[in-house]
Design a binder for this molecule. Structure first.
Ligand SMILES: C[S@@+](CC[C@H](N)C(=O)[O-])C[C@H]1O[C@@H](n2cnc3c(N)ncnc32)[C@H](O)[C@@H]1O
Length: 258
């Protein structure tokens, strides 16, 4: 999936920035870890600034967008981390594991290099239908998810197996004014999805066929102009945040063999 980010990653850091509320949740989950590897680090969103961080990122286009105050990222991928065994306190990954070529291998690598904890900010694919954009405008989204992951519980069970038994799943609701422009970020600002620049920073819009995205955008535009969207979704308009399936996965690593 590096190829995707070597093309669509251009300009990524313009719309994709840390949301402070999500950052607080991620940093809280890292606990007292003093050294952290950030896997799939991209341009450095959510990277803690008060700990020793090693960033690993396969895409040169993404590595080049890291601000100068952050450490340079090592070229590498989750499946083969360029770090020794138990070399950092914690391993983290933000909105990256769904891009990995071999997710199980990547998870095993996080457990190999981290002494104490793995923290992922990701989403439960079985909850794809919580988002109106998927159910009403982009039904092709469901097909991006492999059938077993649409089964409730499969994703969690697999992560428990891959990361070890002590794994917590914490719901991270998306604030209505989320600063980070990821896919679900604009659930209460639907006009944003009409903006090609917004869509250009969302990998889902690249993975779906361009005709499907174009048709969905035109339908959404029509529903916004006619007032239909606001009518159907009036229950959302006062909500400060919404659960869309985004999760923190926090695994405490025991000292046993993995
Ligand atoms: C949505 S971006 C997230 C970047 C950053 N973590 C953030 O929150 O802004 C996904 C990142 O995963 C990276 N990625 C893709 N395949 C990967 C792999 N096999 N191992 C590690 N990272 C990968 C991409 O290059 C991209 O930088």
């Amino acid at each position: 999936m590096t190829e995707l980010y070597d093309t669509f990653g251009v300009g990524y850091s313009g719309k994709r920035r840390s949301d402070p509320r999500i950052a607080a949740a991620i940093h809280g989950a890292l606990g007292d870890a003093e050294s952290v590897v950030n896997v799939g680090a991209g341009a450095g969103s959510y990277e803690p600034r008060d700990r020793t961080v090693i960033a690993v990122e396969p895409s040169a286009v993404m590595r080049e967008q890291r601000p100068p105050e952050l450490p340079r990222a090592l070229a590498g991928s989750a499946e083969a981390l360029p770090l020794g065994d138990k070399s950092v306190d914690a391993a983290m990954g933000v909105l990256t594991d769904h891009h990995w070529t071999d997710r199980p291998a990547g998870m095993r690598e996080l457990c190999r290099v981290a002494r104490n904890r793995v923290v992922l900010f990701t989403f439960d694919p079985a909850l794809w239908d919580l988002f109106w954009l998927n159910t009403e405008y982009l039904p092709g989204f469901e097909q991006l998810i492999e059938p077993e992951y649409r089964e409730p519980g499969f994703w969690r069970d697999e992560l428990r197996e891959l990361l070890g038994g002590d794994v917590r799943f914490v719901e991270v609701p998306v604030p209505h004014d989320c600063v980070d422009g990821f896919y679900g970020a604009y659930w209460r600002r639907p006009h944003a999805y009409l903006d090609p620049e917004v869509r250009a920073s969302i990998s889902v819009c690249r993975k779906l066929h361009r005709d499907e995205v174009a048709a969905a955008v035109e339908r959404l535009r029509g529903d916004l102009e006619s007032g239909r969207w606001a009518e159907v979704h009036r229950g959302l308009l006062d909500l400060p945040q919404l659960e869309l399936g985004y999760k923190l996965v926090v695994a405490d690593l025991g000292s046993g063999d993995r």
